[in-house]
Design a protein around this ligand. Structure first.
Ligand code: ADP
Length: 452
């Protein structure tokens, strides 16, 4: 869209405020609100100054610092980066009269893309896919738990003993979902009006648990939708007196929350995955893509499972994968090939949790898969039946610590996502591991307090 078209939308919609922002390393939508007039001024190419610390702090907004970070630390004087609105993402915020939102790319003050910005990382991978002749279409499918709490009650209760939106464990039914539909259906309707189509949603097993499937789109747009979805869900549920969590594993007594990624490659408007003459319609490109995704899975895991907590979701028999495997419509495998026809043939990556940063998760999916296409790899045989019962398969790294060391040494990650990004990400995750290593948990108090 041109600035003049945006100006017309602003005028027609009575827009006074524009939310401008970009994903940080965790996938959180960070930025600010600017007046509509100031926004239009910044669309002339000058962009909007934003302190680079959004790329230099951790999930708790603590500055990481002192680890040679190229952006967002005292070493660079916390200097600005420039937010450049991607006008194709401009949308009215239907629940906030007079407001619109736009997702931005991030440049440095000399106009070059900031290499550690997740949106830059994904763009770089998408452009390389294009050079190979492919357009990528993707979707993220998010599970999350909803509680009848607010910012104050969460803190007063120290995040324990929370009241779920609905109490039952075994409530995967239309009638149970109907009971919550004022809240969850309301969320869906607002998201739809915000340009984030929810194809379907359902109550999941476990208290307060829901899943929403976002409609697939071109990879960059689908990642924007994933980020905006989480941000909007937090905002909209607060209006209904509720709070969602996208933690991969909120409780060791309950299932984790997944963030499965669906993906397909296209060429000239047709699926590049499908070959009607091949077994299950899985053509040579899809085979090589599966092989690459499996081959690179251990070294890319830290991008699918970014937090210490993410690894607690990978429990044998839990619907979350524990080994690099693939299967035809097999939900016990890490990669589920869905071979349903010309449009819908795709791969579902079942490793990411709901805490995945969609930009980085998508970039990692494409890097792994396309590196297989470039190398013309052949996948191992598809697993049949229950993968968890299949015995000795090579396990995935079991901790963030182990996954980070593999990522640091990954030639594929460095080639596809860039050294500057990998160095930055690894430094930040090492800090996360260190924070956790010295934290004393409730579990430790319960286990050792009286006994040792
Ligand atoms: P579930 O795992 O919940 O059963 P489905 O197998 O029904 O999910 O997959 C639905 C998801 O797949 C939706 O997000 C949908 O938009 C996405 N999807 C459908 N076709 C494609 C495609 N060709 N490429 C990528 N994603 C797709």
């Amino acid at each position: 869209m041109e600035t003049s078209e945006i100006a017309a939308l602003i005028e027609a919609g009575g827009i006074e405020t524009v939310r401008i922002g970009t994903p940080d390393l965790e996938g959180v939508f960070r930025g600010k609100r600017v007046s509509a007039r100031h926004f239009l001024d910044g669309c002339d190419g000058s962009g909007f100054a934003q302190c680079g610390v959004i790329f230099g702090w951790d999930i708790a907004e603590e500055v990481v610092g002192g680890r040679g970070l190229a952006v967002g630390s005292a070493d660079d004087g916390f200097r600005d980066v420039l937010l450049r609105p991607d006008l194709a993402t401009f949308r009215v915020v239907p629940w906030d009269p007079g407001s619109a939102a736009v997702v931005c790319d991030v440049d440095d003050e000399d106009g070059a893309p900031v290499a550690v910005s997740p949106r830059s990382v994904l763009r770089r991978v998408i452009e390389r896919a294009r050079r190979l002749g492919f357009e990528a279409k993707m979707a993220v499918e998010l599970e999350f738990r909803i509680f009848r709490e607010d910012q104050e009650s969460l803190r007063a209760k120290d995040y324990g003993d929370l009241r779920p939106l609905n109490p039952g464990l075994n409530c995967y039914s239309i009638s149970h979902a109907s009971i919550d539909d004022d809240v969850v259906g309301g969320l869906r309707r607002q998201l739809d009006a915000y340009g984030i189509e929810v194809e379907g949603y359902n109550r999941e097993h476990g208290e307060g648990m829901y899943e929403m499937n976002l409609r697939y789109a071109d990879a960059l747009e689908a990642a924007d939708r994933g980020m905006l979805f989480k941000s909007a869900a937090k905002e909209l549920l607060a209006r209904a007196g509720a709070v969602p969590t996208f933690m991969a594993k909120y409780s060791d007594q309950l299932d984790g929350c997944s963030g499965h990624i669906h993906q397909s490659l296209w060429r000239d408007g047709r699926s590049a995955f499908r070959d009607a003459a091949a077994s299950y319609g899985i053509g040579a490109t899809m085979s090589a893509y599966i092989a690459g995704a499996l081959d690179a899975l251990p070294e890319l895991l830290a991008l699918f499972a970014p937090n210490v907590n993410s690894y607690k979701r990978y429990v044998s028999g839990s619907w979350a994968p524990t080994a690099p495997t693939w299967g035809i419509d097999n939900r016990t495998a890490a990669l589920r090939a869905i071979t349903a026809g010309e449009q819908a043939i795709r791969l579902e990556h079942r490793v990411p949790g709901a805490d995945v940063n969609p930009y980085l998760g998508f970039a990692a999916c494409l890097a792994g898969g396309l590196s297989g296409v470039e190398r013309n790899l052949a996948p191992p045989p598809a697993v049949v039946g229950n993968v968890y019962a299949a015995g000795a398969l090579p396990p995935l790294p079991r901790t963030l610590d182990a996954a980070i060391e593999l990522l640091d040494r990954s030639a594929i990650a460095r080639d596809w996502l860039g050294d500057a990004f990998i160095d930055h990400y690894v430094a930040m995750r090492r800090r996360e591991v260190e924070k956790h290593r010295t934290a004393v948990s409730d579990w430790e108090r319960r286990r050792y307090f009286e006994q040792v």
